[in-house]
Write a protein that binds this ligand. Structure first.
Ligand SMILES: O=C(O)C(=O)C[C@H](O)[C@@H](O)CO
Length: 265
């Protein structure tokens, strides 16, 4: 058996755009439903979604038959968590809150076996190697791993050139919600200064030959970012799509007020 080709990584390295949907329910049934929508990728959110290794595993298994590529956002850069998530067969990782090249290098090292990194060797016991059915996993499997670091602070933006030049970082994903907070613009992820910082980061990433991604749930904002060189955009969050359409329905039928709510880009 051969390691599955990481079509998301392939698309990013060939410059193709990839649209994604955020899966926040931490539930395989909901995430499988999202996988049928036709997005190029979906995000299994282990940072803000109530996920653990088992729930991430169940979602990876649920979406395996579909073309939508699962990106797993881990809770943080802890190498022990990265090891577990890789061992259950995640191929693309998104790691939040990366502010420096040193942190980015540590993330890459956690995804590589010695002597190139520090990942513990145990995939034979895991889904990653399909329990040894992929005999050369240590070599071919690692080649299919895609490392996305999240830059979402003023510090991260100021270090963007060094971060994107780290070998093994395939792409950078800008988090407008956290970045707006870091810029003292809480709840204003589409503020012009936030957009400007993300477009600046995008041009630096692309110039370094790395992919740039962003969360943009407003359609016009998403189009703006794609026109500015963003390659992979998350354009919808499942839980927000559900509650927003529920609220819109009640507004229409009952005339409920359209209250101002937190925006998520
Ligand atoms: O800062 C951001 O934007 C993100 O990282 C995405 C958020 O975490 C997402 O969960 C929406 O709030």
């Amino acid at each position: 058996m051969q390691v599955p080709v990481n079509n998301f990584k392939k698309a990013l390295s060939s410059g193709d755009s990839q649209l994604g949907i955020w899966a926040s329910f931490a539930d395989p049934y909901a995430t499988e439903a999202i996988a049928t929508v036709g997005a190029d990728w979906l995000l299994i959110d282990g940072e803000h979604g109530p996920n653990d290794v088992r729930s991430i595993l169940a979602q990876l298994q649920a979406v395996a038959p579909y073309a939508s590529h699962p990106v797993v956002r881990v809770v943080d850069a802890n190498p022990a968590v990265i090891k577990q998530v890789l061992d259950i067969g995640a191929q693309t990782l998104m790691v939040p809150m990366i502010d420096t090249a040193e942190q980015a290098r540590a993330v890459v090292a956690a995804t590589r076996y010695p002597p190139n990194g520090i990942r513990g060797v145990g995939a034979a016991l895991g889904r990653a190697s399909r329990w040894t059915s992929i005999p050369d996993y240590a070599d071919s499997g690692v080649k299919e791993i895609c490392v996305i670091v999240q830059v979402e602070s003023v510090k991260g933006i100021s270090n963007i050139e060094e971060i994107v030049s780290v070998d093994g970082v395939d792409g950078v994903f800008f988090g407008p919600v956290d970045l707006s907070a870091s810029m003292d613009l809480m709840d204003q992820p589409t503020h012009p200064d936030v957009v400007k910082a993300i477009e600046h980061g995008t041009s630096i990433a692309r110039a370094a030959g790395k992919a740039a991604g962003v969360l943009a749930t407003d359609v016009e904002r998403a189009k703006g970012y794609l026109a500015a060189g963003v390659q992979f955009a998350a354009v919808g969050i499942d839980i927000l799509m559900l509650i927003n359409s529920g609220r819109a329905l009640l507004r229409e039928l009952r005339g409920d007020a359209d209250e101002k709510r937190t925006s998520y880009g």
